[in-house]
Ligand binder design. Sequence first.
Ligand code: SAM
Length: 243
Amino acid sequence: MLKKELSDLEIVTKIREFLKEYPDGYDEYAKEFIERCALWGRDTSTTVSELDQIYNYLGLDQEDNNIYRAFADLVESKFDINRPIYEIGGGNLPTVGKILALRQQKGTVTIYDPRLIFTKTDIPNLNLVKKPFTGEEIVESDALMIGYKPCEVTIPMMNYVADNNLDFMVALCDCAHDFPEILDEDGLNLWYQACEWPVYRKFYKEDERTKKPGEKVRRVKRLSMEEYGNPSPIIYNTIEVKE
Ligand SMILES: C[S@@+](CC[C@H](N)C(=O)[O-])C[C@H]1O[C@@H](n2cnc3c(N)ncnc32)[C@H](O)[C@@H]1O
């Protein structure tokens, strides 16, 4: 939600100046859309990701109603963030990863997105990689992998997390990118399950089925950010003692 003290004209002017500063940052269609819909965020914290990222980058939204800060808070509430963190599908502008990098006492945050509009940053522990994440990358064994609506890279990312035994937290998309099978009647739930499946299968095989009561097991959990207008679940892992 935009800051109440900013007038419509001030918001539109700031967004126009930002677009001029990065003339190659967006294609013509995206630029026109961003200008035309610049005020969509007046009453909600989630509009369209390109616009949400710009509000966040320019500091136009209210700190207590910023979807990226809320997701960073969730990550921090479930995991130690002082470690290598990889954000996949971070967007055109750094958002969640940047917030976490500024909170880290040690460790690094590396953001992968082929659409990043710049890769230079003054934050020494933040790396901006303007490339698609392919699953060929090598990360530290204690890395945490996160994504806020990483679209079509969600399932490759979850396969990677499963193969490399990484901690993860991912806010799933509202639409089922490239998901080939028939969806259920509300068009969403099977996509959620497909995203969870690689890690769920691994945890089930290696932990639930084999570990004895009292031993540690990894589990997939869901959280909601519906209060921010985000209808899709957040999935993440826990390590718990088997009952
Ligand atoms: C819906 S946007 C979300 C962006 C940002 N996290 C946000 O919520 O504002 C999905 C992003 O995933 C990125 N993406 C798609 N495939 C990717 C890949 N293989 N590696 C990294 N990023 C990818 C897109 O470029 C896009 O920026």
